[in-house]
Design a protein around this ligand. Sequence first.
Ligand SMILES: [Fe+2]
Length: 238
Amino acid sequence: MSQIYTPSTSHGPIKEVFPDVFYVQGTVKMGPGVRITRSMVIIRENGGLSLINAIRLGSEDEAKLEKLGQVKHLLKIGSHGMDNPYYIDKYQPKIWSRKEAGLGYEPDVMIEENVELPFSNAMVFKFKNAKSPEFPILLRREGGILITCDSVQNWGKKDLKIGSFIGGLVTRALGFIGPAKIGPIWLKTVTPESGPNLSLDFERLLGLDFKHLLSGHGSPLFDDAKNTLEKQVKKVKF
Ligand SMILES: [Fe+2]
């Protein structure tokens, strides 16, 4: 692959939020002056790293990433993936992706429910009724850690400060702010015109055991993620 990569954008440090599970809160430019948060999850196992919702890091933090282990797997579970070409060329990881047109690279493994993941005690969930399904991952440890992209987001007021001022206004106006919130734009985009809707998928998702949420947007939600999501689901008109 030969191309110009997207540059690293401002981001926070690599934080170990659970043993061998790391979270980086970064940013993405949505338009002129509009910068919002997006986050990456890193899972370490047997010296190898799996990156989910990958974000390109600045050189200092990239060196820290390399100290954590070897980048062996790159997982595209939802829409995020602008920095994937950079990681693919730099580290030649095994590429796991949902089915998607126009990726510009060939996945090694198509992500589906029941696929065997490159880290232990984990499973894939599929938003089966979505027009373009997202595939959250459940780590069966620490009481259950749910990893999402856009489907469930966790924005607090402090997360607005990470992006730009205008980004904060836009996300607030669009209704992003709140704990374990179903991404409003995501929901609109993936809801089918007819047939079973996403409420059935959320019912299935809430049937899983999890306590924590690591979303592709916002910050980690510890301990109360499932109860919080349950309340959010009740508020939504599907
Ligand atoms: Fe997103």
